[in-house]
Design a protein around this ligand. Structure first.
Ligand SMILES: Nc1ncnc2c1ncn2[C@@H]1O[C@H](COP(=O)(O)OP(=O)(O)OP(=O)(O)O)[C@@H](O)[C@H]1O
Ligand SMILES: [Mg+2]
Length: 250
């Protein structure tokens, strides 16, 4: 069986900057991968290229056995994406927005409504379902974007910072929801700076620095290379060349 994602020699240039540089990575089907890296490491750029939202400068990406550059609609139907920011249609209510997204995926209105109600119940969006998205708090917008990514039951889910701006109670709900999907066989890739959450959720990690993949494998494998008793935070700091002082001179 082909892996859920196969990336070979992928590069993305923005002018002179290589935001992603000669990166190769395979994500087997059913993996729950945590993609880590400092601000500007290239994570969001990589996610956008995997999902076909951005073209690479060079290299190849296969998703679910198909070349992403083919622009295949079949891939788009089988993956769910929560890109950076929220990118929602702000003049719609969350219920209208999900109806729109569901129809794009070819779902029947009854199924969309059934799933939307369950998602809104679980993520506590039900009271705001008839308010336009522009009037939502940031966390509510993120939750709406997550619902849109999940609605069609994707085989592969790519989530760029799904926990950013989400309250601690909802973080627990989203964690349980993602672990449930993983148990059912969904392949998941998420980026997050919350290393404690990633450590609990993601059995497999890929760590980027300055556009390059600097480490990948299971946490156990990475620990056996760098130090058995390390937490993920300690491992991350070591790979990035240590922490820095944040003390000001004034
Ligand atoms: N559209 C763009 N035009 C020019 N440069 C860009 C563009 N998008 C990203 N970059 C640059 O590419 C690099 C990687 O950015 P990217 O958003 O992928 O990082 P990231 O790892 O997601 O960071 P963060 O953790 O802050 O979200 C950064 O230096 C950024 O300034
Ligand atoms: Mg990013």
């Amino acid at each position: 069986m082909s892996p859920a994602i196969r990336i070979q020699d992928l590069t993305k240039h923005f002018g002179p900057l290589a935001a992603v540089s000669k990166l190769s990575l395979e994500v087997p089907t059913g993996t729950f991968l945590g993609l880590l890296g400092r601000n500007g490491a290239g994570k969001s750029t990589l996610i956008k290229m995997i999902t076909g939202l951005m073209n690479p400068s060079s290299g190849t990406i296969e998703v679910l056995g198909q070349d992403v550059s083919s622009g295949s609609l079949d891939i788009k139907r089988r993956i769910g994406v929560m890109s950076e920011g929220t990118a929602l249609l702000e003049g719609l209510t969350a219920a209208q927005y999900l109806r729109f997204i569901g129809r794009l995926h070819g779902l029947a209105d009854e199924l969309i409504d059934e799933r939307r109600k369950e998602l809104f119940e679980v993520l506590e969006l039900a009271p705001a379902a008839r308010t336009i998205i522009a009037d939502y708090s940031y966390g509510m917008q993120k939750k709406t974007a997550l619902c849109a990514a999940l609605l069609h039951g994707p085989e592969l889910l790519l989530l760029d910072e799904p926990f950013e701006g989400i309250d601690p109670i909802t973080v627990k709900v989203v964690k349980d929801l993602l672990l449930g999907l993983s148990r059912k066989g969904t392949t998941l890739v998420l980026t997050s700076h919350a290393l404690d959450l990633v450590e609990k959720l993601c059995p497999v990690l890929a760590i980027m620095n300055e556009g390059k993949l600097v480490a990948s494998g299971s946490l156990e494998e990475l620990k056996s290379e760098h130090g058995q008793n390390m937490t993920l935070e300690e491992l991350f700091l070591e790979l990035m060349g240590g922490g820095r002082s944040g003390e000001l001179s004034w």
